[in-house]
Design a protein around this ligand. Structure first.
Ligand SMILES: [Zn+2]
Length: 375
C-alpha cells in the first residue's frame, strides 16, 4: 500500500452486535423471536415491512434462523466460535495460520441466507436508508464517511493504488466502501466496520479488487495481506528498462502507446514481502503502474517545461548532462507527497530512471535538447 489509513471509531459499529447476538442466541434449539436480537434492534424488526416482490428484513432473518437451526448444535457453536475469532479482521490478514470462517462450508442454504440478509439487505439497503436504525444508533453511514474523511484528512489519494483521488467534496457522491474480506464469500463480516474501507471507485470495481480474496491465493492456500488500518512501511518503486514503442507487439502498442517501462515495485520492509505481493496481485499494481507511466510521462515532461522551468529562472537547460541531472533531480524532489498527489511514486521513479547513467538520450529528449548538438 502507498500509505496507512486511520481507523475511524464510530457509533455505527454497533450494528455488528446484531449479528453477534443473533447467532449466539440462536445456538440452542429455539424458535425465532425478536428476543434473539439486541434490545435496540427489536424496533427495527417490528418496523420491517415486505416490499412488493421482496421479503421483509425480518423475514430474511427468519430464513437465516431456520437455516442455522438445521445445523447440529455442535456446528452452530463451531460456526459462532469461528465467526467470533475472526471479528478482528486484522489478525486474519496478518496471521495466515488463523482459520477463516467460511459459511459456505457449513451449508449452501445457510450461506445463501446469510448473503440475503447481511450482504444484500443489511449492508446493501438498511445501513444507508433505514430510518429506525439511524434513529436507534443516532448516526448514519454518511456520518461515518465524513468521520473517515476528517480523520484521514492528510490523505487525498487512494492508498491502494496512488493513482486516483478519494471523492472528498461535500455534496458529491461518496466513495463506496470495499469489504476487505469480500462480502459474497464472507457475508458474516458484511456489517463489521473493521472489514469496511473506503476505496477509490477504480480500485473497488470488478477486475481490480472487486471480489479478489485478500486471504487466499488462487490455489486456495492462505496468504498474508496488509490490513488497511494497520501501519505499513510502504513500497519502493523503480523503473528498470524501457522498450520503445517500435519494438512492441501490436497489442502492446495499444496498451502502451508511448513505449513500455519495466517497473519494479518492492517492499521497504523485508517482513512485509508477502503482504506486498498480495497487494500487487489483488490491485493489479504492476499492470496499472506500467500503463500509468506509459500514458502519463508526456504530462510529466509538460509539467517540467510549462510550469516548473518558468517558475525557476535560476535553471537553464544546456548540453551539459550533469547540469541536466541537477535540474531534473530538483524537479523530481518537489513532486510532492504521494498521500496528496496522484502518481507521485511512479513519476519520481521515472525521473530517477532518465537521470541514470546509460539513459542520457532519454534525459536529453526529456529536456528537449537536440541530440545532434549534444553528443
Ligand atoms: Zn485506488
Amino acid at each position: 500500500m502507498i500509505y496507512t489509513l486511520k481507523y475511524p471509531s464510530h457509533p455505527i459499529e454497533r450494528v455488528n452486535q446484531v449479528v453477534f447476538e443473533f447467532l449466539r442466541n440462536s445456538i440452542p434449539v429455539c424458535a425465532y423471536s425478536r428476543n434473539l436480537f439486541p434490545e435496540w434492534f427489536r424496533d427495527v424488526m417490528s418496523n420491517s415491512k415486505a416490499q412488493a416482490g421482496n421479503k421483509s428484513f425480518e423475514d430474511k432473518f427468519i430464513d437465516l434462523h431456520t437455516e442455522f437451526q438445521k445445523l447440529t448444535i455442535a456446528n452452530r457453536q463451531s460456526l459462532f466460535d469461528e465467526f467470533d475469532a475472526g471479528l478482528d479482521i486484522k489478525s486474519l490478514c496478518e496471521e495466515k495460520t488463523k482459520a477463516v470462517i467460511l459459511s459456505e462450508n457449513y451449508a449452501a442454504d445457510l450461506h445463501a441466507a446469510l448473503k440475503a440478509v447481511l450482504k444484500d439487505h443489511f449492508y446493501g439497503t438498511a445501513l444507508g436508508t433505514n430510518k429506525t436504525i439511524q434513529d436507534k444508533l443516532g448516526t448514519t453511514l454518511r456520518n461515518h464517511y465524513t468521520n473517515f474523511k476528517t480523520l484521514n484528512n492528510s490523505g487525498r489519494v487512494c492508498p491502494f493504488c496512488g493513482l486516483h483521488e478519494y471523492a472528498l467534496i461535500d455534496g458529491e457522491a461518496k466513495d463506496d466502501y470495499d469489504h476487505w474480506l469480500y462480502k459474497s464469500k464472507y457475508p458474516l463480516y458484511a456489517v463489521n466496520f473493521s472489514n469496511l474501507v473506503p476505496m477509490c471507485d477504480k480500485c473497488n470495481q470488478g477486475g481490480v479488487k472487486g471480489t479478489a480474496d485478500v486471504l487466499h491465493n488462487d490455489d486456495g492456500t492462505r496468504r498474508e495481506s496488509f490490513y488497511p488500518y494497520e501501519s505499513n512501511q510502504g513500497v519502493q518503486l523503480s523503473v528498470n528498462n524501457f522498450s520503445d514503442v517500435g519494438s512492441l507487439s501490436d497489442e502492446e502498442k495499444e496498451k502502451y502507446p508511448y513505449g513500455y517501462y519495466k517497473l519494479d515495485v518492492v517492499e521497504q520492509d523485508p517482513t512485509e514481502a508477502e503482504k506486498v505481493e498480495t497487494w500487487k496481485s489483488v490491485f493489479k499494481i504492476e499492470t496499472r503502474f506500467n500503463s500509468y507511466l506509459s500514458s502519463h510521462n508526456k504530462q510529466v515532461k509538460d509539467d517540467f517545461h510549462e510550469d516548473y522551468l518558468p517558475d525557476h529562472p535560476e535553471f537553464t537547460l544546456s548540453n551539459n548532462i550533469t547540469t541536466l541531472r541537477v535540474i531534473v533531480s530538483a524537479f523530481r524532489n518537489q513532486l510532492g507527497n504521494p498521500r496528496r498527489k496522484t502518481g507521485v511514486l511512479i513519476n519520481k521513479a521515472y525521473l530517477e530512471f532518465i537521470c541514470a547513467v546509460g539513459n542520457e538520450y532519454m534525459l536529453y529528449t526529456f529536456c528537449n535538447i537536440n541530440l545532434a548538438q549534444a553528443i
